[in-house]
Design a protein around this ligand. Structure first.
Ligand SMILES: Nc1nc2c(c(=O)[nH]1)N[C@H]1C(S)=C(S)[C@@H](COP(=O)(O)O)O[C@H]1N2
Ligand SMILES: [Mo]
Length: 383
């Protein structure tokens, strides 16, 4: 049977034709699905292939009776409907969101939690209103410190029996006032030029450019401006890291994403042909600083070399990159890539110990086999 192999520009494929890509299910209920990272091709991930990270069943909200309530340390508490939010000045951000649990499966020894590989990340165009404009409408009081974003989803969480059950809790995270007021934070009603889908937070979600996904609260119904730090479950019991302050390690909520490049192709275990050029291809992203460099090491003695960054440098979005490699010798190779951001942060070699089970950004090699070039027409078909 004939199969048509579609090659991307400059790419030589020795793998069978890939099937139509589809989301990889990590958990059925609540829905947690992963983007098949090996199918990466464009700057924007289509919404139907975008990863979904839900802690509770996704609420089915009706825009007609949905309202956004803004209260707390504000001069004028507000209640807005969707039409009045859509009528405000709109902003579009192309931004990457990575779940802090992305890459958890690479932890040694294994860590509890959803075993994401490399697809709990995606880049999309998000359209909505600046959170700062809504906060300005409400009039933030001078002693305000944080802005709490509350989703319409809730449920009972397993607190490991270390504490008494607090009963059902909503998904809620706070942002420091400074980040809430920044131009990198919007409340989005659209994704890739379509209204948000239910899975991605319809009718309104936060887009917190440069920050890990837990800050991007979906199905927002309530914003409270706080005068003291929020210590809710998703802030203090999950999505934290250890930071040594004044000698003692203390828990700090996760914020910015860590600098990271991932290889989409070749995939683990791929067979490449000696003497034939292959396009190593992937994406790189980080926190609030843009990606400046991606380097590739093919383990053939030539060390780290520069990959080409495709697309222009856009803060908050990921950057696609490629590196053309012609393996000369047959054998096993470990392909590595690493990103460096505009602030000079370099992706680490080794697993880190301060991030609990999160922010797995150390280099994960892709192992490939380089096989001999077929000598003659007949030999090519000998099995
Ligand atoms: N209300 C609500 N918002 C949420 C979550 C959630 O469970 N409930 N999950 C968060 C996490 S951990 C991530 S990684 C992102 C994922 O966004 P996506 O599902 O649109 O990809 O949503 C965030 N916003
Ligand atoms: Mo996440």
């Amino acid at each position: 049977m004939d199969t048509e192999v579609v090659l991307l520009e400059g790419e030589t494929r020795t793998m069978p034709t890939p099937e139509q890509p589809s989301l990889i299910v990590r958990q059925k209920s609540p829905q947690n699905t992963e983007f098949p990272f090996a199918s990466l091709s464009d700057l924007l991930i289509p919404t139907e292939l975008f990863f979904v990270r839900n802690h509770f069943p996704s609420p089915d909200l009706d825009a007609r009776d949905w309202r956004l309530r803004v209260d707390g340390a504000v001069a004028r508490p507000l209640e807005l409907d969707l039409d009045s939010i859509k009528a405000m000045r709109s902003t579009t951000l192309t931004a990457v969101v990575e779940c802090a649990g992305n890459g958890r499966v690479y932890y040694v020894p294994p860590k509890e939690g959803l075993q994401w590989q490399n697809g709990a990340v995606g880049n999309a165009a998000w359209t909505g209103v600046l959170l700062s404009e809504i906060l300005e409408m409400a009039g933030v009081k001078p002693n305000a410190r944080e802005v709490l974003l509350v989703g319409a989803d809730s449920g009972v969480v397993d607190t490991n029996k270390k504490t008494a059950s607090p009963g059902p809790i909503a998904f809620a995270r706070s942002l420091p006032l400074e980040k809430a007021m920044a131009h990198s934070t919007i409340l989005a009603h659209s994704m890739n030029e379509e209204p948000l889908t239910r899975d991605h937070g319809y009718p309104l979600r936060a887009v917190v450019g440069g920050w890990f996904g837990m800050a991007w609260v979906k199905w927002i119904t309530h914003i409270t401006v706080l005068e003291q730090p929020f210590l809710g479950y998703w802030q203090a019991r999950e999505y934290f890291r250890w930071e040594r302050n004044l000698g003692e390690p203390s828990l700090v909520p996760l914020t910015e994403m860590e600098v990271k490049a991932q290889i989409a192709r070749p995939v683990q275990g791929a067979r490449l042909i000696a003497g034939q050029p292959y396009r190593i291809f992937g994406a790189a992203w980080g926190g609030e600083a843009a990606i400046r460099q991606v380097q590739v090491c093919t383990e053939d003695g030539s060390g780290w070399r520069e990959a080409s960054l495709l697309e222009k440098e856009r803060p908050l979005a990921w950057r696609l990159w490629e590196y053309m490699w012609t393996p000369e010798k047959v054998g096993q190779y470990k392909l590595r890539c690493r990103a460096i951001d505009a602030a000079g942060r370099v992706q680490p070699d080794q697993q880190r110990s301060d991030f609990e089970s999160y922010a797995a950004n150390w280099i994960v090699p892709v192992e490939v086999t380089v096989v001999p070039e077929p000598q003659t027409y007949e030999e090519e078909f000998v099995i």
